[in-house]
Ligand binder design. Structure first.
Ligand SMILES: [Zn+2]
Length: 165
């Protein structure tokens, strides 16, 4: 592994193995670039993480050992809150409520803000009247807003003491 690559390592991008789907969703909800594919074998995870400059997070000791000098984290716990804490500490991440819901959970792409009048037929009337900011995934078209799901996730992260601000 070239030292040059490690020095340029951004530390906020991840490839997550197949056993950690829920963690991957939470990291994406927290605004981090996080590649998760159910169909990726270990070789693809290694190749992808190096090609795309992403740290590896895995529950597989063999995979972590094969990653050698590449930034990686082995998670032994299956408890989501503990997994998030270990990722946060290992990669020195800031978990901010301001960064919540900025990426599409399905596609891992950053969302774009969209004028609500353009999507009035796709959101419940009550939500439309109550909120002004809506976001859309440019790839799959999914619409997001900071409604009850957002508040529930934020509250959960607060209960786990994981939000910095
Ligand atoms: Zn999407």
């Amino acid at each position: 592994m070239e030292l040059k690559i490690l020095q340029n390592f951004p530390n906020e991008r991840f490839t997550v193995d197949v056993m950690l789907g829920k963690l991957a969703r939470y990291l994406i909800m927290l605004g981090f670039d996080c590649l998760y594919r159910k169909d990726f074998p270990d070789d693809r995870i290694l190749d992808c993480s190096i090609a795309q400059n992403q740290a590896i997070i895995s529950r597989d000791l063999e995979l972590i050992e094969r990653a050698s000098a590449w930034p990686a984290l082995l998670l032994k716990t299956t408890v989501l809150s503990e997994q998030l804490l270990q990722v946060k500490q290992r990669f020195d991440l800031e978990f901010s409520s301001k960064k919540l819901f900025q990426r599409c959970i399905k596609c891992n792409l950053e969302l774009e803000e969209i004028e609500k009048s353009r999507i009035s037929d796709r959101i419940p009337e009550e939500t439309y009247n109550w909120l002004d900011k809506f976001y859309r995934c440019q790839l799959c078209g999914q619409i997001y807003w900071k409604g009850t799901h957002y508040r529930a996730i934020k509250q959960l992260l607060e209960e786990w003491n994981l939000l910095d601000k």
